[in-house]
Structures are given as C-alpha cells and as structure tokens.
Design a protein around this ligand. Structure first.
Ligand SMILES: [Zn+2]
Length: 440
C-alpha cells in the first residue's frame, strides 16, 4: 500500500498539548527477529515506554510472559514479523534534484530553494523514509545552511516524527566542492560546500560544522583535479576524532579511494572506484563500504549495462571479501509514482542481483546500519534498555527481503507512526508531544 500525506497536514499537528505521564505500549510480536543473528523467537511481548516530558523511549521488557500493565496500549502483531528499523547510510533529505527527463539539475535547487524551504523538504523526505521503515538515516550534506541540523533537532525534540538523523552539516571540499563554477559566480559553492584547501581551513571547516550541529564529517576526497593528500585526510580524521566524530569520504576515483583508505576514513561512499584490491585493503582496515548501489530498472535513472554489471560484481566481491557493508542509496531525486521511502527500498534489487542472501541483506540494512551510525548501544536492536524503534512486515524478510516492500507497522521512539500499513492518524497516538498525522 502506498503511503500518501501532505506537508500541510503534517504542520497541523506540530503544536498539541502533551500529557505528563509516561505512556506504555505492549507489542505482541508473533515472530521477533534478531537481525544480527538471523534468529527468530515466537510469541514475544515487547513492552515499551515513552516519557513525553523527556522525549525518551525505552524498551522495558521482552519475553513470552511479560505482564501487560492495565494502562498499556496493546498492539497486536501476532501474525507479523517484527524487527529493528531499517537504515539508509547515505542520503540527502533536504534535496530533491530539480530536473527534466534529460537533465538532472543540481545547481537549480541550490539557487532556487532557501534553507527554510529545504528544511521543510527534509521533514517531508524524513516522513517518507520513516513510512517505509527507515528509522535511521545518515544525511550526508547538500542541505543548504544546516537544514539537516534543524530537522535533526526538530525530530529529537519531538516536534515532528522522522528517522533518527546522523547529519554531516556542510560537505567539506577542495576549492569548488563538487561544483564546476564560473569565475563570475564563484560563490555558488557556498553553502552547499565549504572550501577548505589549507590545513587551517580544514580544521576551521570541521569545527564550524561540529559547532553548527554535525554528527559526522563529510569530505569530498577527490571531486576536483586537486584531490586531498593522505596527510590532509589524516588531518580530517584526527580533527574530527578530537570531537569524537568520524569522517565519511565521497570518493569517485581509484586514487582518491586509495588515499582515503590509507588515511583511515570511517567510510568510503559511492562505488565508482571500488575494485578487488581496494576491497582487500578496506576489509583489512575495517573501513565501511557505503556503495550507494543504484539499481538498474526501467523507472530508474539510466545505467549502462557495463556500469551495472561492474556494480553488481563489485558488491559481490566486497561481500565475499568480508568488507563491512552498509545499505545506502544517495536517492536524492524524484521518481514519479514513488515516495522517497519506496525509492530507497528499490535499492535491494542490486543486493539481490549480487546474490547476497536475504538474511544478510536484512542484517546489512539493520545491524550494520546501527553500527555505521554508531547507535548500536542505544538504538536499533530490540533490546531491553534501548530506544523503542521497531517495524513489522506480513512476510518473513529472512526468507525474502522483498517483504520490506510492505512495512505494515512502524514504531519510532515509542510512538506508533504506522499501523496496518497506514501512516497513523492522530487517534492512534498517545497525548504525547507531537508525533502525528491524519488524512484530510
Ligand atoms: Zn550523496
């Protein structure tokens, strides 16, 4: 079932009174999946609590004989497969390319859409992703002037529902970022990119991002003819580490990827340059592969047969070599008929084409996603003491990952966001701070 909602509807529910008492929900999980081990326990009860005053949710108990408190709301998923939320390790919530069929135009968005408008777009995109079961998104730049921080904070405060966001702030790059400017319009690069060419500029750019709310640093390693050196990339890593953060690197050339590996970046994003030798180095150093593996399909952006075959072969090679894999999309464009969440799910096509087992794909989309987001000790796994994010499907995704095409239920941070395949109208909600939506 497709999920439809409008921004106007969302905004109508942002300011509602909240109850002071903690809200408990008991979920009857017919088949509870541990995605880390691909094991299933049956007929479990997951008791969760949301404190509307703190905005914190907690899984209180899990087991077959958990006593259900009299005041708890009961959600019956006894015929469904329940597991932790999905993760997209690379997207851009505050951008949808403005395009014609012949021209995917990035510059137009940058010039035409203000930061406030793009923050609202990020909220809409977050809704769409959450409706498809994505409870965590790494939002890696191209968010104008920190629209990503704004939407992350709004979600964390409970103003709007959405995925937990690990955001990068502004992408840091050598002069020009990912743009190819004219001398007359040299400033177009900002705020999509922070130019940082010297060591001082690199340090300042990292600190600026962290100051304005970034949770991970994104560097464009080799977007220009003058890529960063290994020493410069090591400076990125050490300066980010000084604030407890990791560095994700956009790489598009083999040499850029090699340098990024040598410097010890946290993740390499995009699969353009990946090959067997680089995979071996990445596996040895435990570097995440965030391949953003675009599927080949009639409705998708065109991909040549050669590119597609190489993409699939390299994903298979990375899997076989034991590279740490994250599910990721870079799906920052509009495909008619699909929400951003539905578009995100389509990327499983590439993983299936690579022959990766369904249970492994599910593990990559969940367990690995929690780890690359560095949330694995607090959010993601369905464990006592963790935040209450969980989703459910009618069919078993361990046997057929296509089951996630129809996410029937989504709980985010202890609130029911989607139930019976429909994004929840207000009636499903506790009186809490403002997770809500209804159709008009
Ligand atoms: Zn990207």
């Amino acid at each position: 079932m497709k999920t439809r909602f409008s921004l106007l509807t969302v905004c109508c529910f942002i300011f509602l009174p909240s109850a002071a008492l903690a809200q408990k929900t008991a979920i009857k999980a017919g088949h509870l999946i541990d995605t880390a081990t691909s094991t299933v326990t049956h007929n479990q009860i997951v008791l969760v609590e949301l404190n509307p005053q703190t905005g914190r949710s907690t899984i209180l108990e899990i087991g077959p004989n958990v006593a259900i408190p009299a005041d708890a709301e009961v959600v019956d998923l006894s015929d469904q497969w329940v597991f932790g939320g999905l993760v997209d390790a690379h997207d851009h919530l505050a951008i949808t390319y403005k395009e014609t069929p012949e021209n995917w135009n990035y510059y137009q968005t940058v010039i035409m859409d203000s930061t406030p408008l793009r923050a609202i777009q990020a909220m809409s995109t977050g809704f769409q992703k959450l409706a498809s079961g994505f409870t965590i998104v790494r939002d890696l730049g191209n968010n104008a002037l920190y629209a990503d921080t704004a939407i992350r904070q709004a979600i964390e405060m409970g103003w709007v529902p959405g995925p937990t966001i690990i955001n990068s702030g502004i992408i840091i790059g050598a002069f020009g970022g990912q743009f190819y400017e004219t001398p007359e319009m040299e400033d177009t690069v900002y705020p999509e990119y922070l130019n940082a060419d010297t060591n001082d500029e690199i340090v300042k750019a990292i600190r600026r991002n962290i100051h304005y709310g970034a949770k991970v640093i994104k560097v464009c390693v080799d977007c220009q003819a003058y890529p960063y050196t290994v020493d410069q990339l090591k400076l990125f890593v050490s300066e980010a580490a000084n604030a407890g953060q990791k560095v994700s690197g956009h790489v598009q050339t083999r040499e850029g990827a090699r340098r990024a590996i040598e410097a010890g970046l946290w993740s390499l994003d995009h699969d353009n340059a990946m090959d067997e030798e680089l995979h071996k180095m990445m596996a040895a150093k435990g570097i995440w592969r965030v391949g953003t593996e675009t599927p080949k399909a009639d409705f998708m952006r065109p991909t040549s047969d050669e590119r597609w075959e190489r993409r699939v072969a390299m994903l298979r090679d990375a899997y076989n070599q034991g590279v740490k894999l994250a599910f990721s999309t870079d799906a920052d464009y509009y495909i008619p008929g699909l929400t951003r969440g539905e578009l995100t799910v389509e990327f499983i096509r590439t993983w299936l084409a690579a022959g990766i087992p369904d249970a492994e794909i599910l593990k990559v989309m969940t367990t690995n996603g929690y780890e690359i987001s560095e949330l694995q000790n607090s959010r993601g796994p369905i464990q006592v003491g963790f935040a209450a994010d969980l989703i459910a499907t009618a069919e078993n995704p361990l046997e057929d990952i296509n089951a996630i095409r129809d996410v029937r239920f989504v709980m985010k941070n202890g609130m029911v966001f989607k139930k019976d395949g429909v994004v929840a109208p207000l009636g499903f909600f506790h009186n809490g701070p403002v997770y809500g939506w209804r159709k008009r």
